[in-house]
Design a protein around this ligand. Sequence first.
Ligand code: SF4
Ligand code: SF4
Ligand code: FES
Length: 236
Amino acid sequence: MHEIRTLSIDGQMISASADATILEAAREHGISIPTLCHLDGLSDVGACRLCLVEIEGQNRLQPACVTRVEEHMVVRTTSARLKKYRRMLLELLFSEGNHVCAVCVANRNCELQNLAADAGMDHVRFDYLHPACTTDATHDRFVLDHNRCILCARCVRVCDEIEAASTLAVAGRGSQSWIVSDLQDSWGDARSCTSCGKCLLVCPTGSLFEKGHTSTDPERKEDFLRYIVNANRRKG
Ligand code: SF4
Ligand code: SF4
Ligand code: FES
């Protein structure tokens, strides 16, 4: 029998399974929390911090995607502080990469762009770092453009957890991290890659795309996202 926890989210009393995260409990009750590295059907890594929430009695904000519900917990998912913090995180992501939306395959179909619009981000207050990133176009069919990568690691997890190829990984540390394939070979030399294209379908930005395509395919993405949720349920 599942143990149940009772808690309050944004003033709403809700019940959730004891092993549920705050994010799962909130979404189950129609309360939305912005996310970027989280994807239903994949494990959580708590990398982007966009889903931070306030928990009564705790000074530190906590990531809703990796924090379990607790009995009598009082959670707030919206406040002036959270709004400010989320906008700052988004501005930092834009300033740390080279996001030129007008020439991106994901333009108008980009989770980062949508979240920035939702947060009312009309400009970036930080200096653009203009990092000298490369683009790996060595794969027969796919391209990895590091300029637009926000290091959410969704591609790494889908390749490992759904395709079981484990081709992709995050190398380096902190702001000096980047996505590599097969121990830093170029993607075209990565023997473990099955060319399934799953990594392209989970990328929230235009970092991963198919050669010869000028835009991503939102319907194909939606179908695949439903598929991984169901695949995960079957495993569970
Ligand atoms: S195409 Fe498939 S196997 Fe290759 S890196 Fe992407 S998810 Fe992994
Ligand atoms: S390539 Fe895309 S999915 Fe992979 S870490 Fe970068 S932004 Fe995330
Ligand atoms: S969605 Fe929770 S840390 Fe990224």
